[in-house]
Design a protein around this ligand. Structure first.
Ligand SMILES: [Zn+2]
Length: 427
């Protein structure tokens, strides 16, 4: 089986030389200077519990994943909560999160105030920090012109959690991972540390296989802390690849999965809007690699270039935004496999019309994870964006269905692109 090796070496060399600086200066929604990824100062929130004895109402941000920079009373049972980012400039993804309770049953009004931004995420509430539901529409108003979000909350002496999205921190990630590691082919390792010393984890789904060459699928996630729906789809996607179905078993015969679901652990735990603790958008650091989190992931992946028994086939970078959208590599670029993203997206759109999923191709010049995957391995890749407010049942369906279609099509790609090449080479 060693006869195919020179082909791989040639392919790798071709893509080694194609990575260069491109003069990227940010997407339309990026703040100025986003391409300079050297450290900037960040301003942590103060963690405290604040009580208003007249109303017997209490607010607190003393938990991981919170964001409440200040709170003050503007009238009886009427409060203003101030929400600031970790640093500026920054784009408009204002994360917020606090807990609130009252010594007596009370209806209160909370105004979320964004001094230099505007309300974006629809409020979610929970009484146990695990099960979340959107605040009733009659109790919420997004007063964009005044940079306010107005919430009417019913309080008891039990804590009510209010948050931009479900709270998903490094602790919840560790709990999820512990559950998955009961499967013998799921493992994890620490590949580096964040600015503040939190581990950056690589999770592998890798089953022993008779195949001499296995494909590798790379999953990136949670570069942007508030993009929890993208993170949740990533985890459901992984769960589906690790299932005991015939399809998933077959997939694992041909493919390993290397996943980094929690790339910005400081941002997730400290309630950041977008950046890491170095004050930088990690998904603009894939040319310069100034940040420890991106460097850790890069250094974990680079050895794959030189492994003769592994071949990177695909990369997915999970995010969330204002709609369900796939950003593929533009059609004219010769990826391996060719045009996989378009074929995959067509099937998802066909089978899940409720998603209203769009496909918007880009060139490969920007310093983002998807493009690094292509320039480093020649592989096709996608930025997989989930709608911020997607119905959570539909989110689960999307994670499962997209993974099942993905596995079918990847196995086809393996057979077409790899096995065929191997089998037809002369002795
Ligand atoms: Zn994002």
């Amino acid at each position: 089986m060693l006869r195919h090796l020179p082909l791989f070496a040639l392919f790798s060399a071709l893509f080694l030389s194609s990575c260069s600086s491109t003069g990227f200066t940010g997407f339309s929604y990026d703040p100025e200077g986003v391409e300079d990824t050297s450290d900037r100062e960040t301003f942590p929130q103060y963690y405290r519990t604040i009580g208003f004895s007249g109303d017997a109402v209490w607010f607190s941000n003393e938990y991981d994943g919170s964001r409440m920079n200040d709170v003050y009373r503007i009238g009886p049972d009427h409060y203003r909560v101030v929400i600031d980012p970790e640093n500026k400039p920054i784009n408009n993804s204002p994360w917020y999160g606090f807990k609130v309770w009252s010594d007596r049953p009370a209806g209160i009004t909370v105004e979320l105030e964004y001094p230099e931004s505007r309300q974006r995420y629809y409020p979610k509430i929970s009484s146990d920090k695990k099960n979340w539901s959107p605040l009733n529409a009659s109790r919420y108003e997004n007063r964009g012109s005044e940079q306010l979000g107005i919430l009417n909350l019913e309080l008891q002496d039990d804590t009510l959690w209010v948050s931009a999205q479900e709270i998903q921190t490094t602790t919840s990630f560790a709990g999820w991972l512990d559950g998955k590691k009961s499967k013998p082919f799921v493992s994890s390792q620490t590949v580096g540390y964040s600015h503040k010393g939190r581990p950056v984890k690589l999770v592998k789904i890798a089953e022993s296989s008779p195949e001499p060459i296995k494909g590798v699928v790379i999953l990136y996630g949670r570069q942007h802390p508030p993009e929890v729906p993208g993170y949740m789809v990533n985890l459901i996607f992984m769960e589906t690849l690790a299932e005991d179905t015939e399809l998933a078993q077959n997939f694992r015969r041909y493919f390993d999965v290397w996943a980094f679901p929690m790339m910005n652990p400081d941002g997730a735990d400290e309630g950041h809007w977008r950046h890491n603790a170095g004050g930088i958008d990690l998904n603009r650091d894939w040319h310069s690699f100034n940040q420890p989190e991106t460097r850790a992931v890069r250094d974990a992946l680079l050895p794959l270039k030189h492994r003769t028994n592994r071949r990177v086939f695909y990369g997915i970078d999970f995010h969330s935004t204002s709609s369900n959208i796939f950003y593929p590599i533009e059609h004219g670029t010769k990826t391996f496999p060719l045009h996989f993203t378009y074929d995959w997206a067509d099937r998802i759109i066909d089978e899940m019309p409720d998603l209203d999923m769009r496909v918007l191709p880009y060139d490969t010049s920007s310093p983002i994870a998807k493009n690094w995957t292509y320039h480093t391995f020649g592989a096709d890749a996608v930025t997989f964006e989930v709608y911020d407010e997607i119905d959570r049942d539909l989110l689960r369906k999307l994670g499962q269905r997209s993974a099942n279609i993905f596995m079918e099509k990847m196995i086809d790609a393996y057979r077409n692109e790899l096995k065929l090449t191997v089998d037809t080479l002369p002795d």
